[in-house]
Design a protein around this ligand. Sequence first.
Ligand code: NA7
Length: 542
Amino acid sequence: MSDSETAEYDVIIVGAGFAGVHQLLKIRKLGLTAKILETGEDLSGTWLWNKYPGARVDSPMPIYQFSDPAIWQDWSFTEYYPDWREIQAYFRYVDHKFNVKQDVSFSSRVISAHWNDSVDRWTVTTEDGRVFRGQFLSLCTGIASKYHIPEFKGIASFKGEVHHTARWPEEYDFKGKRVGVIGTGSTGVQVIQEIAPIVSHLTVFQRTPNLALPMKQRKISVEEQDKLKKELYPIFYGRRNQTFSGFLHDLDPKPMAETTLEERTLAFEDRWDKGGFHFWLGSYSELFLVQKYNDEAYAFWRRKVRERIPDPELQEKLAPMQAPHPFGVKRPSLEQRYFEVYSQSNVTLVNISKTPIEQITRNGLQTNDGTEHVLDVLVFATGFDMVTGGITSIDIRGQDGVSIKEKWADGVRSYLGVASATYPNMFWIYGPQSPSSFSNGPSSIELTSEWIIDCIKFIKENNISSIVPTEEAQHAYSEHVNQLGSIGLWAGAKTSWYLGNNIQGKKTQMLQFPGGIPAYAKLCNDSAARGYDGFDLKRSSA
Ligand code: NA7
């Protein structure tokens, strides 16, 4: 294609991670054309960027994969919770198998997507000025594509190196360095436990302790995987659609009032021993609803964690007597040796909820008690404009010419967490008001992706040129998500990306569908079964 030509496709996909690749492979099967536009220079989405030391997925590998047997049959991971290198290798394998890359344009950051009502097409423009046209726009931008560095005074004056974890220089050598890490979210926990043993000194600036859970990482042999594949993988992939969060374990609906303290303690022990998210998304559902039961889970967590920290002062900083927020309403990380590293003589934990960061100085970081922490490297593990950032950073304009960023300035609105009124033939996967990160990624990604594929097929077969949610359906769905988010303890975290309040000025609202995968799937499938109830369908004039 020359620069002046516009390339035409049935579907323009933005992003080449799990969602984008799944869309592409399914669209090919429909006999339609698609192009993935990807900012990076390779496949794998978030794993292309998040390659800081220790970066790994918090979902176990048997279910953190595409469910297609043609893919999993010939692939094996080496660890139960794979790291970014293995996930990148997995995407290379998928590419090798299906020649994914032939339909991907890399180094192609999409800056705008404008809908033209007269031809029912999207015009999509990349940063370098190329133009693509598609009947459908599929936003597979992920939940963590716009990284966030808070504004601290003096940052430009720092003479050392500054890195955000999502833009990590792959071969950076920490040995012998004095490193400061701001942030103890999922990323902070992983990077801290990884680099603590090798740096000369590590200073961690913690605002809120992470109520992290034991990962129970282990090696997994090819033989063990082959056995699982034969006997269990098909069951696993069916099960992913039946549990609240797309894991193999599920929330326990048993009313806690009908259990004894002994029974609950044994259940907590069992879930703790299993590792991963069992203690969180495999526990009693009432934990998320009733403070006194949540307190019980927190007390159990605190006891387990304190056993690993000899120093009482450190115990109080990392696992305080008073819970910083209800357990589980903020994303816990999975850790391996996180709580032990703080007992190392080369690690200092600074509680910046008590002594906030005053400024970044030429030599390091100064807290408001006047202490200057001298550093060679400052690492921002400060997260992302989560869930919405990947979409709102594109200038997307629909039927009324208003950008989605403006539309969502006072809160996200969608229908079924997959589409938005006035933006016809536009869908997103693993984004706002879908189960997204309340779930194992590939579980909800494949669910939504399949739904979109069925919808596109329906449109193509029924002489329809466009589909767009009605304002009424969107209002009702968004209110439903807001209402679900207001039940129970979800609002109990002061700063949580689940609620958008990790970013200053962002509207506080539940950004994900908190009702679980089966309930979400039912809403989506019911609409489809009723001929896409809640959408306006425009008949093709041809
Ligand atoms: P998170 O979970 O948003 O964590 C960001 C961390 O940075 C968290 O500890 C924040 O403290 C801290 N933070 C953010 N802004 C500041 C300021 N201004 N001052 C001090 N500390 C700050 O991001 P992650 O990258 O760890 O994880 C994001 C998700 O990606 C993860 O959950 C996975 O689903 C994948 P706070 O807790 O707000 O007090």
